[in-house]
Ligand binder design. Structure first.
Ligand code: NAD
Length: 453
């Protein structure tokens, strides 16, 4: 394989730069450096670790514009949207700086009276973090920050489509480490297209303690299988197929602005993007026309690659052949760059492939229901379980949706739900493990029980 690989600008298909294509020598030496850096970092006090994390938060915040421009270049989202991602991504360092000093533990008398029970936490050890291209900074910082807070070194393998952001984040973290005299091997960024080789080798090495992955369900399965031989700890943030349920009593303007947030952010390339709009039949025509206007008035950037664009186009074409009605969009525009227009499909047959697969593009599918229980059952008829959304101004209906929508995250009258202070993660084929919240640090800790006199 080649010594370098190109990073492509999805807005025009041009090559931004060529990056060194790391191989075994580099990632094995990164693992050795991580192993060497781990003990002194783990031995620091929680407060010392917290101070370093805060300094990283501040450094990333100071360099937000520069980072956003890199994200814009390699991922295609607008600079304004990229600035939002940088703020969100940096926030994980602030949040976990605050969590680092609150590691859970307990102490008490055994109920039997025989001695005492103390429960503490220890860092799991060196972590491999593999991340996707759709949020080049945030998907990585929500792994790096809790790992560091817990006392673990980290090797980060960003997606080869969008490695430049992480290279810059790596430099920023390195300069903070310099200030605090922390060994550089604590965080390494590995840029490579040899992803299968990397995971096979690192995961077979007994010094690696944990793999945390965000990406497709298929690759997640491969990594979980690979983790079996050494019973490696894993966290899997995988694909989604979110439903967006609009009850009879929903405020349609609120639902439409929620829908825009849940559908068009990052041109729909979001794991918690609303894929399936399920609308009470009495509101469907009005919702569809309001959504069409709003989608047409929202600027949309390119998708990440020609391959992704063609995959989206194929899903839409197949749905139309299945009997779906095209309301807007559906035509790949001429010109350079990997653009796909805002598209709405109504009356999408339940068996159509687009209903069951993650779209990862600016395409909304609409189907109707006659009573809420049926709508929620339709929402739940997916093997995924990452996010779901419910809109209604009727208290009973919101309560019903909150209790019955089956997903790791449920937004009630909210279309934007990501929050570093909340646990992000799914059920079913969307994976396991949580990122963010007080839960997020547990992924990098092991429980230790001390039996005391
Ligand atoms: P992907 O699974 O193709 O790739 C993700 C990462 O895994 C990349 O860094 C890639 O290089 C690497 N990879 C691929 N094969 C590998 C292997 N055999 N061993 C080791 N690493 C390997 O996913 P993608 O196309 O980059 O991202 C889109 C997917 O990510 C979507 O399915 C989306 O839903 C999911 N995603 C999930 C979340 C979440 O939190 N649940 C967040 C964002 C994206």
């Amino acid at each position: 394989m080649s010594l370098t690989f190109p990073v492509i600008n999805p807005s025009d298909g041009s090559t931004i730069t060529e990056l060194e294509n790391h191989d075994s020598t580099q990632w094995m030496s990164a693992l050795s450096d991580a192993v060497a850096a781990g003990p002194s970092w783990a031995a620091k006090t929680p407060r010392e670790r917290s101070v370093v994390l805060t300094a990283i938060f501040e450094a990333l915040t100071e360099r937000a514009q520069e980072l956003a421009e890199i994200i814009h270049l390699e991922a295609g989202k607008s600079v304004a949207e990229a600035l939002g991602e940088v703020a969100y991504g940096a926030e994980y360092f602030r949040w976990f700086a605050e969590e680092a000093v609150r590691l859970p533990g307990r102490y008490g008398q055994s109920p039997s009276g025989i001695g005492h029970i103390a429960v503490t936490r220890a860092p799991v050890g060196p972590v491999l973090a593999i991340t996707p291209w759709n949020f080049p900074i945030a998907m990585a910082t929500r792994k790096i920050a809790p790992a560091l807070a817990a006392g673990c070194p980290v090797l980060v393998k960003p997606a080869s489509e969008t490695p430049l952001t992480m290279v810059k984040v790596g430099e920023i973290i390195a300069s903070v480490f310099d200030t605090f005299n922390i060994p550089q091997g604590l965080v390494s960024i590995i840029t490579t297209t040899r992803d299968a080789e990397l995971s096979a080798e690192l995961m077979a090495d007994p010094r690696l303690a944990k793999v945390t992955f965000t990406g497709s369900t298929n690759v997640g399965r491969i990594l979980v299988r690979q983790s079996a031989d050494r019973l490696l700890r894993t966290s899997m943030e995988l694909g989604g197929n979110a439903a967006f349920v609009i009850d009879e009593a929903a405020d349609l303007d609120e639902a439409v602005s929620g829908a825009i947030a849940a559908k068009l952010r990052n041109a729909g390339q979001v794991c918690i993007a609303a894929n399936r709009f399920l609308v009470h039949e009495s509101r469907a025509a009005q919702f569809t026309s309001k959504l069409a206007t709003a989608m047409q008035n929202t600027p949309i950037g390119p998708v990440i690659s020609a391959r992704q664009r063609d995959r989206i186009a194929a899903l839409v074409d197949e749905a139309i052949t299945d009997g779906a009605r095209l309301i807007i969009g559906g035509e790949v525009p001429d010109g350079s760059g990997f653009f796909y227009p805002a598209t709405i499909l109504a009356d999408v047959p339940a068996q159509s492939r687009i209903v069951h697969e993650e779209i990862f593009g600016p395409v909304a599918t609409i189907a109707t229901f006659t009573d809420l229980a049926e709508g929620v059952a339709q929402a739940n008829s997916t093997e995924f379980g990452l996010a779901a959304y419910g809109f209604s101004n009727n208290v009973k209906a919101t309560q019903y949706m909150a209790e019955h929508l089956e997903a790791g995250m449920v937004g009630i009258n909210r279309g934007a739900i990501s929050d570093p202070a909340a646990p992000f993660g799914g059920i079913g084929q969307s994976g396991f493990g949580r990122e963010g919240g007080t839960e997020g640090i547990e992924e990098y800790l092991s429980v230790r029980y001390l039996a005391l006199p």
